[in-house]
Design a protein around this ligand. Sequence first.
Ligand SMILES: Cc1ncc(COP(=O)(O)O)c(C=O)c1O
Length: 346
Amino acid sequence: MPYIKLNTPIPGPQSVALQKRRAEAVPKGLGQANAVAVASAQGSLVTDVDGNTFIDLACGIGMMAVGHNHPRVVQAIQNQVAQAVHAGALVVNFEGYPALAERLNSLTPGDFPKKTLLANGGAEAVENAVKIARAYTGRAGIIVFEGAYHGRTNLTMSMTSKYGLFKKGFGPFASEVYRLPFPNPYRPPAGMDAEGWTDWCCWNLENALVAQIDGSALACIVIEPVMGEGGFIPTPARFLRKIREICDRTGAVMIADEIQSGSGRTGKMYAIEHSGVVPDLVITAKSLGAGVPVSAVTGRAEIMDAPHLGGIGSTYGGSPLACAAALAVLDTLHEPGFMDNARTVE
Ligand SMILES: Cc1ncc(COP(=O)(O)O)c(C=O)c1O
């Protein structure tokens, strides 16, 4: 059955007209990969305003693990809209927030008591994870890696690697961020194979604790178990184990940024599960809400409880609508066989 349907040149006339309005009304700095204007989306397909239908390989940047407009998610959103869109977790309680927290506490790796803080987007969740790690350890230092992407707020932009695209002209950046080489198995330096490169990066991680930051000043190491914006690169399990070992030894918090790699996209709920390594905190966003803004920091209860009363939270974070969408997404991801396809796709 043909899925792609093209009625006009691409972009079509309606898309071109909308693009002109965007160019006049929206700042140039907001990048855009494609000039097609979407009118509707279903499953893996998007239809543009000219009636052309495409297979959506971008999915709004890794957002649609359950597909566009999954009927269960749409139903949950519609039901929730009829009940209450906003309540404010800083003001009152409502069932969705603890329900989603309980689900994420049970789904994230690690057999220990956990707690979850909900937020709106990926960068906000990364900021919160770092705040929580700093409150817990009483230290400031953050280790991140070359190629990493963690967001566009000042702290997360400072943690993000690529300069020209994401950081140019936006400094000064946050301090206490230490960036180390990442063992990209596809691009070892000349004269080294992938294994040798991983060995060197493990050695360098140890060396950084002498050359760059003492373990006693290190709050956290933040790692994408599969690097997303940096090129879809699985982090070697051996490197994840090394990070775990160093965090155990120094008392620093190991944070897995699963914003892009999580929510079933690698065939397991979280990509780090393929390695057997258990991080202290896991950050989830993107596909968790299937388009409704929601993100989460989940982890060891004693770490999550470190910030003082009132020190974390936001106006919208974990809204009833977001929680309803995310709970429906999690139900869908855990339908028998749902993640199997991701395990077999090459
Ligand atoms: C690994 C990772 N961390 C953080 C972010 C930032 O998320 P957001 O764009 O929702 O702020 C992204 C977004 O692409 C990401 O891929």
